[in-house]
Write a protein that binds this ligand. Structure first.
Ligand code: C2E
Ligand code: MG
Ligand code: MG
Length: 430
């Protein structure tokens, strides 16, 4: 049987013990020109198990996981309990990287198999990352970093496991750098908003603008918003970024539209925040600070964001709606809304994703999808905005199909704040 060494709750060895064994194993592998693999495992939902079932049950789960891992190992391998819900496995004398794939899968299967002793121990599952000496790293520090990086990638990509890949690592490093720069950029007020007008297709006037975030990075230039918003979502910076955005846009819109129009401004709301109670409070606070009529704020939420956790999303959207804020579903058609769910939502607007609009002149199916969304929205008492209108023909066709509003490069690209007031002179009379 393999050696399993452990921490307080499992009797397995600690991280310190792992470092000693790993050092030894690397020295041997180097002199004997062998490979070895370091695998990192992280239990999923272990905190919830502790909270819902108590620490005693949590300990039972850890024991069972330890046994499951142990049962799959060869006599030369070793397992360690290196932290609360973290385990590590050292595979010596690895014949090929393929063997590491097999070992990880076998261990994950064993962990998920569940207790066969009718003890009611909660089920466990894990994610894993692995790295191989000398293929991925030539010393202990780099090997541990590579295994951690692979585990991080497994979490990010929601895979069961990943083996280290230098390209992935580079991407992770870039994201960490971007996160640090973004934090700094927010502190230094480096980010700003451009505003893209939305046109009323039947009355040829402007019915509002969408605020789109921009980041002119010191050395990298303009960074794609989808990239840095994802980084902010992954690194927990998104609540700060959103509160900052709400304040900047509401203050700016107050000034830009003052004395010209009551037209609303639309702000994109990150998917991550839909499942948090915090967002309602953040929005309310910003509205109160800037004395904005809640009806002149539209919050755009993507369809896929809502469907990630529909019940939470419905609660959050209802709370925002009750405060008089308008809700719009962005990128409609690219997610998977159920119609039963759609009819419960307090939504006034569907935005047809630009991928359909941009192809509808040449593609019969896209045109039919656009028509169906327009009909669906009107039947549910919502209005429709088409995004991505790039030419006159598309505008005319959409108007003839009954689409209410349009947005796109044909009318205007997103504009810097100072260029907005002249455009608002053509705002629709409400
Ligand atoms: P979105 O909300 O669907 O915004 C529309 C995107 O389409 C914008 O890209 C806009 O510049 C672009 N667009 C507008 N008209 C046309 C057109 O005629 N042709 C083409 N090809 N594109 C057009 P942008 O500004 O790069 O934003 C991309 C996405 O980033 C947005 O998609 C939104 O999901 C996200 N985003 C932007 N600003 C914010 C923000 O302040 N907060 C959050 N959470 N997300 C934001
Ligand atoms: Mg949008
Ligand atoms: Mg969109």
């Amino acid at each position: 049987m393999s050696t399993v060494i452990g921490g307080q709750r499992t009797g397995l060895a600690s991280r310190h013990e792992m470092l000693l064994r790993l050092e030894e194993a690397i020295t041997t592998a180097r002199t004997q020109e062998q490979r070895l693999a370091l695998l990192a495992f992280n239990l999923r939902g272990f905190r919830e198990i502790n909270i819902n079932f108590g620490h005693h049950r949590g300990d039972q789960v850890l024991h069972r996981v330890m046994e499951a891992i142990q049962g799959t190992l060869r006599s030369c391998d070793q397992a360690f309990h290196v932290g609360g819900d973290e385990f590590a496995v050292l595979l010596r004398e690895l014949k090929s990287p393929q063997v590491a794939h097999l070992a990880i899968t076998r261990i994950l299967d064993a962990i998920e198999e569940g207790p066969n002793d009718a003890s009611n121990t909660p089920m466990a599952s894990a994610r894993a990352g692995g790295a191989i000496f000398p293929d991925h790293a030539g010393n202990i520090d780099d090997l541990m970093r590579a295994a951690d990086s692979a585990l991080y990638s497994a979490h990010k990509t929601r895979r069961r496991y990943t083996l280290y890949d230098s390209a992935i690592n580079e991407r992770n490093q870039q994201r960490i750098q971007l996160h640090n720069d973004l934090k700094e950029g927010l502190k230094r007020n480096q980010l700003l908003f451009h505003y893209q007008p939305q046109y009323d297709l039947h009355h040829n006037c402007i019915r509002g603008c969408e605020a789109l975030i921009r980041w002119p990075h010191d050395t990298l230039g303009w960074i794609n918003p989808e990239l840095f918003i994802t980084v902010a979502e992954e690194s927990g910076l998104i609540a700060d970024l959103t509160y900052w955005s709400l304040n900047v846009v509401l203050r700016e819109w107050n000034l830009l539209a003052a004395g010209i129009t009551q037209a609303p401004v639309s702000i994109n709301l990150s998917a991550v925040l839909l499942n948090s109670r915090e967002i309602v409070e953040l929005v309310e606070r910003a509205i109160n600070i800037w004395g904005i009529d809640p009806a002149s704020l539209v919050l755009e939420v993507t369809e896929s964001a809502m469907m990630a956790d529909p019940e939470d999303a419905l609660r959050t959207l209802n709370a925002l709606h009750e405060r008089g804020i308008q809700i719009s579903i962005d990128d409609f058609g690219t997610g998977y809304s159920s119609l039963a769910y759609l009819k419960q939502l307090p939504v006034k607007e569907l935005k047809i994703d630009k991928s359909f609009v941009m192809n509808m002149m040449d593609n019969d199916k896209d045109r039919k999808i656009v028509q169906s969304v327009i009909d669906l929205a009107h039947n549910l008492n919502m209005h429709v905005v088409a995004e991505g209108i790039e030419n006159r023909e598309t505008q005319d066709l959409l108007a003839s199909m009954g689409c209410d509003y349009g947005q796109g490069y044909y009318f205007s690209r997103p504009l810097p704040a100072e260029d907005v007031p002249p455009v608002l002179m053509n705002a629709c009379q409400l």
